[in-house]
Design a protein around this ligand. Sequence first.
Ligand code: GLU
Ligand code: ZN
Length: 296
Amino acid sequence: MSYIGRFAPSPTGPLHFGSLLAALASFLDARSNNGQWLLRIEDLDPPREQEGLKEKFPEVLEAFGLYWDDELSLQSERLEYYRDVLQQLLDSGDAYRCSCSRKEIQQRSGNLLYDQHCLLHPPEEGANCAIRVCCKDSLISFRDIIQGPHAYNLKTSSGDFVVYRRDGLFAYQLAVIVDDYLQGITHVVRGSDLLDETPRQIHLQQLLGYPSPAYAHIPVANNSEGQKLSKQTYAEALDCSHPAPVLYKALQFLDQEPPAELQQGYRDEVLEWAIQNWDIRKISAVKGKILQTGNI
Ligand code: GLU
Ligand code: ZN
Protein backbone atom coordinates (compact mmCIF):
# COMPACT_ATOMS: atom_id res chain seq x y z
CA MET A 1 0.00 0.00 0.00
CA SER A 2 1.31 3.45 -0.78
CA TYR A 3 1.30 5.96 2.03
CA ILE A 4 1.47 9.76 1.76
CA GLY A 5 1.24 11.80 4.94
CA ARG A 6 1.76 15.48 5.66
CA PHE A 7 2.33 18.18 8.25
CA ALA A 8 0.38 21.34 7.54
CA PRO A 9 1.15 24.19 9.96
CA SER A 10 -0.34 27.68 9.69
CA PRO A 11 2.09 30.57 10.11
CA THR A 12 -0.04 32.33 12.72
CA GLY A 13 2.36 31.61 15.58
CA PRO A 14 5.75 29.97 16.13
CA LEU A 15 5.98 26.17 16.24
CA HIS A 16 5.71 25.01 19.86
CA PHE A 17 5.73 21.64 21.62
CA GLY A 18 2.15 20.96 20.50
CA SER A 19 3.13 21.55 16.87
CA LEU A 20 6.11 19.23 17.27
CA LEU A 21 3.78 16.45 18.47
CA ALA A 22 1.73 16.70 15.27
CA ALA A 23 4.84 16.97 13.10
CA LEU A 24 6.57 14.04 14.80
CA ALA A 25 3.52 11.75 14.90
CA SER A 26 2.72 12.31 11.22
CA PHE A 27 6.41 11.91 10.29
CA LEU A 28 6.85 8.67 12.25
CA ASP A 29 3.62 7.18 10.98
CA ALA A 30 4.71 7.90 7.40
CA ARG A 31 8.31 6.73 7.79
CA SER A 32 7.42 3.55 9.68
CA ASN A 33 5.04 2.69 6.81
CA ASN A 34 7.74 3.42 4.22
CA GLY A 35 5.62 6.37 3.18
CA GLN A 36 6.22 9.87 1.94
CA TRP A 37 5.84 12.84 4.25
CA LEU A 38 5.04 16.28 2.86
CA LEU A 39 5.29 19.75 4.33
CA ARG A 40 2.51 22.15 3.42
CA ILE A 41 2.37 25.66 4.83
CA GLU A 42 -1.21 26.82 5.22
CA ASP A 43 -0.69 30.54 4.67
CA LEU A 44 -4.24 31.39 3.69
CA ASP A 45 -4.91 34.19 6.10
CA PRO A 46 -2.34 36.98 5.55
CA PRO A 47 -3.84 39.35 8.16
CA ARG A 48 -3.24 36.75 10.89
CA GLU A 49 0.23 35.81 9.73
CA GLN A 50 3.38 36.76 11.57
CA GLU A 51 6.11 38.30 9.47
CA GLY A 52 8.99 35.93 8.67
CA LEU A 53 7.44 32.90 10.36
CA LYS A 54 6.85 30.63 7.42
CA GLU A 55 10.46 30.98 6.38
CA LYS A 56 11.40 29.64 9.83
CA PHE A 57 9.19 26.52 9.80
CA PRO A 58 11.47 24.49 7.50
CA GLU A 59 14.51 25.45 9.62
CA VAL A 60 12.82 24.28 12.80
CA LEU A 61 11.78 20.94 11.28
CA GLU A 62 15.29 20.39 9.95
CA ALA A 63 16.76 21.13 13.38
CA PHE A 64 14.58 18.30 14.74
CA GLY A 65 15.68 15.98 11.91
CA LEU A 66 12.21 15.92 10.36
CA TYR A 67 13.06 16.09 6.66
CA TRP A 68 10.15 16.16 4.24
CA ASP A 69 9.89 14.80 0.71
CA ASP A 70 9.50 16.96 -2.38
CA GLU A 71 9.29 20.73 -2.45
CA LEU A 72 7.37 22.25 0.42
CA SER A 73 4.08 23.72 -0.75
CA LEU A 74 2.49 27.03 0.12
CA GLN A 75 -1.27 27.40 -0.03
CA SER A 76 -0.89 31.04 -1.05
CA GLU A 77 0.50 29.75 -4.36
CA ARG A 78 -2.43 27.44 -4.99
CA LEU A 79 -5.37 29.85 -5.00
CA GLU A 80 -6.44 29.00 -8.56
CA TYR A 81 -7.14 25.39 -7.52
CA TYR A 82 -9.37 26.55 -4.67
CA ARG A 83 -11.15 28.96 -7.02
CA ASP A 84 -11.91 26.14 -9.49
CA VAL A 85 -13.30 23.84 -6.82
CA LEU A 86 -15.39 26.65 -5.38
CA GLN A 87 -16.89 27.24 -8.82
CA GLN A 88 -17.56 23.53 -9.15
CA LEU A 89 -19.50 23.56 -5.87
CA LEU A 90 -21.52 26.61 -6.98
CA ASP A 91 -22.26 25.09 -10.39
CA SER A 92 -23.50 21.83 -8.89
CA GLY A 93 -25.77 23.74 -6.50
CA ASP A 94 -23.94 22.35 -3.45
CA ALA A 95 -22.84 25.83 -2.42
CA TYR A 96 -24.47 29.25 -2.45
CA ARG A 97 -23.66 32.90 -1.83
CA CYS A 98 -24.47 34.41 1.53
CA SER A 99 -24.36 38.08 2.46
CA CYS A 100 -25.32 37.72 6.14
CA SER A 101 -23.13 39.15 8.88
CA ARG A 102 -22.54 37.18 12.08
CA LYS A 103 -24.74 39.69 13.87
CA GLU A 104 -27.65 39.13 11.49
CA ILE A 105 -27.36 35.35 11.83
CA GLN A 106 -27.23 35.57 15.60
CA GLN A 107 -30.24 37.91 15.73
CA ARG A 108 -32.36 35.62 13.57
CA SER A 109 -31.42 32.21 14.97
CA GLY A 110 -30.23 32.99 18.51
CA ASN A 111 -26.92 31.23 17.82
CA LEU A 112 -24.46 30.97 14.95
CA LEU A 113 -26.08 27.97 13.28
CA TYR A 114 -26.91 29.28 9.85
CA ASP A 115 -30.64 29.37 8.97
CA GLN A 116 -30.23 29.17 5.16
CA HIS A 117 -31.67 32.64 4.73
CA CYS A 118 -29.63 33.31 1.56
CA LEU A 119 -30.48 29.94 0.06
CA LEU A 120 -34.13 31.02 0.14
CA HIS A 121 -33.44 34.70 -0.62
CA PRO A 122 -30.34 34.88 -2.85
CA PRO A 123 -28.36 38.10 -2.37
CA GLU A 124 -28.11 40.58 -5.25
CA GLU A 125 -25.34 40.15 -7.81
CA GLY A 126 -22.29 42.11 -6.78
CA ALA A 127 -23.11 42.04 -3.07
CA ASN A 128 -20.18 41.28 -0.78
CA CYS A 129 -20.68 37.56 -0.14
CA ALA A 130 -19.35 34.53 1.62
CA ILE A 131 -19.98 31.11 0.08
CA ARG A 132 -21.56 28.34 2.13
CA VAL A 133 -21.84 24.63 1.51
CA CYS A 134 -25.19 22.88 1.94
CA CYS A 135 -25.30 20.19 4.62
CA LYS A 136 -27.61 17.22 4.77
CA ASP A 137 -29.69 16.14 7.74
CA SER A 138 -27.89 12.82 8.02
CA LEU A 139 -24.95 11.35 9.88
CA ILE A 140 -21.37 11.57 8.71
CA SER A 141 -19.47 8.80 10.43
CA PHE A 142 -15.86 7.73 10.41
CA ARG A 143 -13.49 5.65 12.49
CA ASP A 144 -10.51 7.61 13.71
CA ILE A 145 -7.41 5.43 14.04
CA ILE A 146 -6.76 6.77 17.55
CA GLN A 147 -10.05 8.24 18.78
CA GLY A 148 -12.34 5.47 17.48
CA PRO A 149 -15.78 5.80 15.87
CA HIS A 150 -17.37 9.22 15.52
CA ALA A 151 -20.64 10.38 13.98
CA TYR A 152 -21.89 13.91 13.43
CA ASN A 153 -25.04 15.42 12.00
CA LEU A 154 -23.75 18.53 10.25
CA LYS A 155 -27.21 20.02 9.94
CA THR A 156 -27.52 20.28 13.72
CA SER A 157 -23.86 20.62 14.71
CA SER A 158 -22.47 23.14 12.25
CA GLY A 159 -25.13 24.04 9.68
CA ASP A 160 -24.23 25.19 6.16
CA PHE A 161 -20.61 26.25 6.64
CA VAL A 162 -18.36 28.83 5.01
CA VAL A 163 -15.83 27.77 2.38
CA TYR A 164 -15.09 31.27 1.12
CA ARG A 165 -15.11 34.22 3.45
CA ARG A 166 -16.78 37.56 2.93
CA ASP A 167 -13.39 39.23 3.28
CA GLY A 168 -12.24 37.43 0.14
CA LEU A 169 -10.21 34.61 1.69
CA PHE A 170 -10.64 30.89 1.13
CA ALA A 171 -11.60 29.00 4.27
CA TYR A 172 -9.30 26.35 5.75
CA GLN A 173 -11.98 23.67 5.18
CA LEU A 174 -11.90 24.13 1.43
CA ALA A 175 -8.15 24.49 0.95
CA VAL A 176 -7.30 21.53 3.17
CA ILE A 177 -9.47 19.03 1.29
CA VAL A 178 -8.37 20.30 -2.13
CA ASP A 179 -4.71 19.94 -1.20
CA ASP A 180 -5.13 16.60 0.58
CA TYR A 181 -6.77 15.35 -2.61
CA LEU A 182 -4.38 16.86 -5.15
CA GLN A 183 -1.33 15.78 -3.14
CA GLY A 184 -2.71 12.24 -2.86
CA ILE A 185 -2.68 12.26 0.94
CA THR A 186 -3.70 8.84 2.27
CA HIS A 187 -3.21 9.46 6.02
CA VAL A 188 -3.88 12.59 8.07
CA VAL A 189 -2.25 12.54 11.51
CA ARG A 190 -2.86 15.76 13.46
CA GLY A 191 -4.01 17.23 16.78
CA SER A 192 -7.40 16.32 18.26
CA ASP A 193 -8.38 20.00 18.16
CA LEU A 194 -9.19 19.27 14.49
CA LEU A 195 -11.32 16.18 15.18
CA ASP A 196 -14.57 18.16 15.00
CA GLU A 197 -13.49 19.70 11.68
CA THR A 198 -13.18 16.25 10.10
CA PRO A 199 -16.87 15.58 9.29
CA ARG A 200 -17.04 18.82 7.29
CA GLN A 201 -13.97 17.74 5.38
CA ILE A 202 -15.49 14.31 4.70
CA HIS A 203 -18.72 15.98 3.58
CA LEU A 204 -16.82 18.12 1.07
CA GLN A 205 -14.86 15.09 -0.15
CA GLN A 206 -18.13 13.25 -0.72
CA LEU A 207 -19.69 16.16 -2.62
CA LEU A 208 -16.64 16.38 -4.88
CA GLY A 209 -16.13 12.64 -5.32
CA TYR A 210 -12.74 12.65 -3.57
CA PRO A 211 -11.66 9.63 -1.51
CA SER A 212 -11.29 10.35 2.22
CA PRO A 213 -7.88 9.75 3.75
CA ALA A 214 -7.56 7.78 6.99
CA TYR A 215 -7.62 10.11 10.02
CA ALA A 216 -5.69 9.81 13.28
CA HIS A 217 -6.10 12.56 15.88
CA ILE A 218 -3.44 12.61 18.57
CA PRO A 219 -4.08 14.05 22.05
CA VAL A 220 -3.12 17.71 22.32
CA ALA A 221 -0.78 18.95 25.04
CA ASN A 222 -2.48 21.01 27.71
CA ASN A 223 -0.89 23.18 30.35
CA SER A 224 -1.60 22.56 34.03
CA GLU A 225 -4.73 24.74 33.80
CA GLY A 226 -6.05 22.39 31.14
CA GLN A 227 -5.61 24.89 28.29
CA LYS A 228 -4.27 23.67 24.98
CA LEU A 229 -0.73 24.84 24.26
CA SER A 230 -1.15 27.49 21.60
CA LYS A 231 0.00 30.98 20.93
CA GLN A 232 -3.04 32.22 22.89
CA THR A 233 -1.72 30.42 25.99
CA TYR A 234 1.77 31.74 25.24
CA ALA A 235 3.26 28.32 24.53
CA GLU A 236 6.97 28.85 24.09
CA ALA A 237 8.54 28.57 20.68
CA LEU A 238 10.57 25.37 20.26
CA ASP A 239 14.20 25.59 21.27
CA CYS A 240 16.12 24.15 18.34
CA SER A 241 19.49 23.96 20.08
CA HIS A 242 18.79 20.68 21.98
CA PRO A 243 16.37 18.69 19.84
CA ALA A 244 17.05 15.19 21.26
CA PRO A 245 15.53 15.65 24.75
CA VAL A 246 12.51 17.44 23.27
CA LEU A 247 11.95 14.55 20.86
CA TYR A 248 12.29 12.12 23.75
CA LYS A 249 9.67 14.05 25.71
CA ALA A 250 7.36 14.04 22.68
CA LEU A 251 7.71 10.25 22.34
CA GLN A 252 6.78 9.86 25.99
CA PHE A 253 3.78 12.10 25.49
CA LEU A 254 2.73 9.94 22.52
CA ASP A 255 2.87 6.82 24.77
CA GLN A 256 5.70 5.22 22.78
CA GLU A 257 7.60 4.34 26.00
CA PRO A 258 11.11 5.18 24.81
CA PRO A 259 13.82 3.37 26.84
CA ALA A 260 15.53 5.41 29.56
CA GLU A 261 18.99 5.11 27.97
CA LEU A 262 17.71 6.92 24.88
CA GLN A 263 17.30 10.02 27.01
CA GLN A 264 21.03 10.72 26.53
CA GLY A 265 20.92 9.75 22.85
CA TYR A 266 21.66 11.91 19.85
CA ARG A 267 18.81 13.32 17.79
CA ASP A 268 19.14 10.80 14.99
CA GLU A 269 19.38 7.88 17.43
CA VAL A 270 16.14 8.99 19.03
CA LEU A 271 14.45 9.30 15.63
CA GLU A 272 15.81 5.98 14.41
CA TRP A 273 14.53 4.20 17.51
CA ALA A 274 11.18 5.97 17.08
CA ILE A 275 10.75 4.92 13.44
CA GLN A 276 11.63 1.31 14.26
CA ASN A 277 9.35 1.13 17.27
CA TRP A 278 6.47 3.42 16.32
CA ASP A 279 3.14 1.94 17.38
CA ILE A 280 0.17 4.23 16.80
CA ARG A 281 -2.07 1.82 18.74
CA LYS A 282 -0.26 2.74 21.96
CA ILE A 283 -1.47 6.35 21.81
CA SER A 284 -4.22 7.00 24.36
CA ALA A 285 -7.65 7.67 22.92
CA VAL A 286 -8.04 10.97 24.75
CA LYS A 287 -8.37 14.45 23.32
CA GLY A 288 -5.84 16.09 25.60
CA LYS A 289 -3.20 15.36 28.22
CA ILE A 290 -1.38 17.58 30.63
CA LEU A 291 2.23 18.17 29.70
CA GLN A 292 4.26 17.26 32.80
CA THR A 293 6.82 19.99 32.56
CA GLY A 294 6.96 23.72 32.29
CA ASN A 295 10.32 24.00 30.65
CA ILE A 296 9.80 23.05 27.00
N1 GLU B 1 -3.18 24.36 9.33
C1 GLU B 1 -3.93 23.71 10.36
C2 GLU B 1 -3.43 24.17 11.71
O1 GLU B 1 -2.29 24.57 11.82
C3 GLU B 1 -3.79 22.21 10.36
C4 GLU B 1 -4.40 21.58 9.18
C5 GLU B 1 -4.48 20.08 9.23
O2 GLU B 1 -3.58 19.41 9.75
O3 GLU B 1 -5.45 19.59 8.69
O4 GLU B 1 -4.19 24.12 12.65
ZN1 ZN C 1 -26.86 34.65 4.29
